[in-house]
Design a protein around this ligand. Structure first.
Ligand SMILES: Cc1cc2nc3c(=O)[nH]c(=O)nc-3n(C[C@H](O)[C@H](O)[C@H](O)COP(=O)(O)OP(=O)(O)OC[C@H]3O[C@@H](n4cnc5c(N)ncnc54)[C@H](O)[C@@H]3O)c2cc1C
Length: 428
């Protein structure tokens, strides 16, 4: 790996600043061949290699005491086919870079989350999603690509040749290998009208099922201190719920723009926050939200600095997708990064779990393999594919071992505190 650019890195910190580790070195390969030599080096030396995207996850998914790899030098559009609605991007490309480059060739992603600062591969890696009852999460658009596996080999994959691998690859936490190229299923570039309304929580809750059904993208933020709600409706211009049917709310914002510019308006977000988000069955989504609201108002109203986000997503067949096999509502609780969040999140996690909730892989949660395995019907198939592509565990860190393998201990013996790692728990 002598020819691979590397830099000393004493401390790595995630976006919110609450997660740190000491990788020692970060490698920034310029070619796929250099990625291969990094994997071969780690395999031979018995080191763990973790690839990092933009570092926007709150769980220690990229933590390693071995080699941290960033693909920041492997970015951009490789090729596109407007007629077929497909394009290939390099593994380090951010969502912002990808959507801007796609726009230039008349293409767009079907759905996006709240910001576009993440890398595409990193967003796929933890199951990043937006909202829309008929729409799936971002990684459902992955239809092929190239990955450097744990043996250092390059595997070219596609939906036609290896559908089972694709179901694992779409959400794989960097445990099957390093994606150097991603082939995406896309739409023609389109414009979106964004409308935002404010109302009380009680008024909003009555209308949520209709709004979710009538709008391409619908979600809402609830503000615990005021008990008010902001509704967000995104549709093709003049589409979605008629303004007259929203008389119960006040229009606070309206505008139309290209999709990627409309959704990414949060990119200038200056407030750092922590988040826990669970995916629950859609039919129980409102009941779960009501219980969350009640619990927060009872126990946490004075402590909560920020808001709660409610979204919908269509079912998927990706093995580790939180939307696997069911129509889903996600509920995210956000807390300012400088405020206490652990006890708050732990308390609310109990509510989410009582609804058979599955945690977002990139957001704070305390679940480990013994509990997670029960939530995912095809858990074992994912693990088989993981072992096949990474037989020596080059991509498996201590954290991922507890997450995916259980490390031979029961759920009770696993660390229980939100966001803490083994070393911190042992040190208590
Ligand atoms: C401000 C903010 C807003 C957010 N909004 C949303 C939202 O709207 N919806 C939502 O669902 N989530 C949201 N998230 C969560 C975020 O999208 C996820 O945590 C996402 O995984 C972060 O992407 P990243 O590029 O930072 O990847 P990282 O966090 O750096 O990595 C995530 C995973 O991807 C793997 N990975 C990265 N690159 C590669 C590669 N080339 N090959 C193989 N594996 C790779 C990593 O190893 C890791 O396992 C938000 C987070 C923040 C901080």
């Amino acid at each position: 790996m002598d020819d691979v650019p590397t830099e000393d890195l004493e401390e790595w910190t995630n976006w919110s600043g609450n997660l740190q580790f000491e990788p020692g070195v970060i490698a920034t390969p310029e070619t796929e061949g250099q990625v291969q030599s990094l994997v071969e080096h780690c395999r031979a030396e018995g080191k763990t290699l973790r690839v990092v995207g933009a570092g926007h996850s709150w769980t220690p998914v990229v933590e390693t005491d071995g080699v941290l790899v960033s693909l920041e030098r492997l970015t951009g559009l490789v090729e596109h086919d407007r007629e077929a609605g497909e394009a290939v991007i390099r593994g380090g490309t951010t969502l912002g870079e990808a959507t801007a480059a796609l726009q230039e060739v008349g293409l767009a992603m079907t759905n996006l989350g709240d910001v576009s600062l993440q890398t595409v591969a990193g967003a796929f890696g933890t199951g990043t999603h937006g909202t829309g009852t008929e729409l799936q999460s971002l990684s459902s658009t992955l239809v092929g690509g190239r990955i450097v596996t744990g043996t250092g080999d390059v595997k070219a994959f596609s939906a036609e040749d290896d559908p089972e691998f694709l179901r694992a690859a779409r959400l794989s936490l960097g445990t099957l290998g390093v994606f150097t190229e991603l082939r995406l299923d896309l739409e023609r570039a389109y414009k979106i009208e964004r409308r935002e309304y404010c109302t009380t929580a009680e008024e909003a809750l009555e209308h949520v099922p209709t709004l979710a059904a009538e709008n391409r993208h619908f979600d809402f933020y609830w503000y615990p201190r005021s008990d008010e709600v902001k509704l967000r409706l995104l549709n093709a211009p003049n589409g979605g719920t008629d303004e007259r049917d929203l008389a119960f709310a006040s229009l606070v914002k309206k505008g139309t723009g290209w999709w990627h510019q409309t959704i990414a308006e949060h990119d200038d977000m200056t407030r750092l926050f922590e988040e826990m988000e669970y995916a629950v069955p859609a039919e129980e989504g409102l009941e779960c939200f009501r219980e969350v609201r009640e619990r927060i108002r009872e126990n946490w109203r004075a402590d909560v600095g920020w808001r709660v986000l409610w979204r919908t997503i269509a079912p998927e067949d990706t093995y580790l997708s939180a939307e696997y096999g069911r129509e889903t509502v996600t509920i995210g609780i956000l807390q300012n990064a400088q405020l206490e969040f652990r006890e708050y999140f732990e308390d609310l996690e109990g509510v989410f779990r009582s609804y058979d909730g599955r945690p977002h892989w990139g957001k704070r949660h305390s679940l480990r393999a013994p509990e997670l395995a029960k939530l995912y019907p095809e858990w074992d198939r994912f693990q088989e594919i993981r072992r096949e592509h990474d037989p020596d565990g080059v991509f498996t860190s201590d954290y991922l071992r507890t997450l995916l393998e259980g490390a031979g201990v029961t759920a009770e013996e696993q660390p229980r505190r939100i966001g803490e790692r083994e070393s911190e728990v042992e040190g208590e």
